[in-house]
Design a protein around this ligand. Sequence first.
Ligand SMILES: Nc1ncnc2c1ncn2[C@@H]1O[C@H](COP(=O)(O)OP(=O)(O)OP(=O)(O)O)[C@@H](O)[C@H]1O
Ligand SMILES: [Mg+2]
Length: 629
Amino acid sequence: MAFSAPLTIEGVEKRTPIQTVKSILPFLWPADHAGMRLRVVVAIGCLMLGRGASVYGPIVLKDLIDGLESLVRNAPVVGHQDAIVGLLILAGIYALMVLLPGMLTELRAAVFTPVSEYAQRVFGLKTFRHLHELGMRFHLDRHTGGLSRAIERGQRALQQTTGLFAFNIAPTLFEIAIVCTYLGVSYHPKYVLVILSAVVAYIGFTLLFTEWRTKFRREMVKQESRANTIGVDSLLNFETVKYFGNEQYEADRYNDALLQYMGAAVTSQNTLGILNGGQLVVRVICQLAILVLAINDYAAGSLTTGEVVMLNTFMLQLFIPLGFLGSSYRMIRQALVDLEYVFQLHDLTPEIEDREGASPLKVGPANVRFDSVSFCYDPERMVVDNVSFDIPAGSTTAVVGASGAGKSTLARLLYRFYDLQSGTISIDGQDVSSVTQKSLRDNVGIVPQDTVLFNDTIRYNIRYGNPDATDEQVEAAARTASIYEFISSLPQGFDTRVGERGLKLSGGEKQRVAIARTILKDPPILVLDEATSALDVKTEREIQAALLEVSRNRTTLVIAHRLSTVVNADEILVMADGKVRERGTHAELVASGGIYADMWRRQKEVADEIEKIQGMLGSDELHTLQIER
Ligand SMILES: Nc1ncnc2c1ncn2[C@@H]1O[C@H](COP(=O)(O)OP(=O)(O)OP(=O)(O)O)[C@@H](O)[C@H]1O
Ligand SMILES: [Mg+2]
């Protein structure tokens, strides 16, 4: 039975709640941190002492009452004064026993909070690191929003399970155990029997009933989130609502959802009432049973007044924490479900891992070779089919071809985002799958097709290419990428924030930021995946010159749609359906009259058309602008 829709991950074994709890323990008892372990021990000590004191309280109260009674019965006698002093001391001890559990609870909290925070940090960090290790495929298949919620819930769940179990359930059971031992040893086992039966009945009833009422709670949570979704979605679309004058319709929909929620909330609250009522009945029956036994023993002279009061106080005291049992149980169950999901994430093995004993890539001149490379994302469809080519050190190879031909995939394979089905990719003779990922990626710089920026400043985003770069280096890179002037024209300059995913910048500006940060990374091997596709012709020409400069001494793979950007490449590969169909220099390919020549002719026609129009207007600036658009 599930408390929330349990998220499970395919291919990972499910854990039982016990296994999940076992997986939590190393975080709370960190092997490499003696200080934390000491804190755990001290916290448990505080807890046991506190519980001990709270059991001792009613015992002192008993002595106090019996003392008072004998004082009244024997009065007036000599030694009266001593007896009163004795009673006052007992009163003092009683007060201390009331004070101690509370104080120790605070002390325990102070001692334990760092452990809990430490565990949450280590746990969260482990999840975060692991998520970054998991491959491209994993991330593309998952919603980041869902993942971050899962991490957050997992961390909270860790705190809740420890908090509730260690400081609510376990101490209560411990207290019941000492009370029962005391009563069994000093009094009659029948009291123990009554208490234990009551506790078992109480716990049994609470758990079964909580289990049953979970569906009402779940319904309530579901309706609440549905009402929320409807509300938020409607407000986000306020413009559309206005266009269609549908305010009333939206209000009705929202009201409908609220009514459903209301119904579910009432049922949930009512069943909670029944639970509380049932718990009270069990508790009162138990209390009554204990009192009946006690009165009998009192009448027979085997119990004193103080002892009767003590028994009753024990009963009251034991059931208070048990009252929270239902909600604690529910929260722990939910928390274990949340935690299980995160542990399943931890169990996922990254798709790409460094091989055993992988050595760092040693880049000399940086010759890149694709040798009979075949790759597919899904087994049914080959995306790269037996592709071979060389990019000799320092030269530029361009890949052109229709959309979906597999061009960007080549870049991802060089970066080892995926492993090949067959063939090898090597750099200076070293297979990319046999060197460490870190060293490989340090040496390859990619300006991706779709640039996404961090929601921070432009400076931060450019410096991301090399966190150690000075402001001057950042600015120089911006100059090379032809974006310096634009940035300087902004009121906040390099400190302008770029917005969520960089959406406050235009496509072309984002692309130039991406180029600047790759320039800053300064890798010996460079991949430009449609790096200038979002730029107008003027900017493209400027930046093309810059890129030519940047790629001069680097081994460069250029991926492009617009053929005008690759005419200078040392070799051009024409890809279609994952295969290399033609290869050669621009002049050779145009002369051979194949696919490339055809593409070139069509792009040229469009360009000429534009040129004609521009010519009439006396402007030649947009010469190649609309090619292919
Ligand atoms: N992660 C993925 N999972 C499954 N299929 C994918 C994935 N990424 C790309 N593809 C598919 O692989 C094929 C090649 O994609 P790729 O991105 O290499 O094309 P491209 O040549 O760069 O195209 P474009 O010019 O449009 O950028 C496409 O048909 C695409 O749908
Ligand atoms: Mg692409």
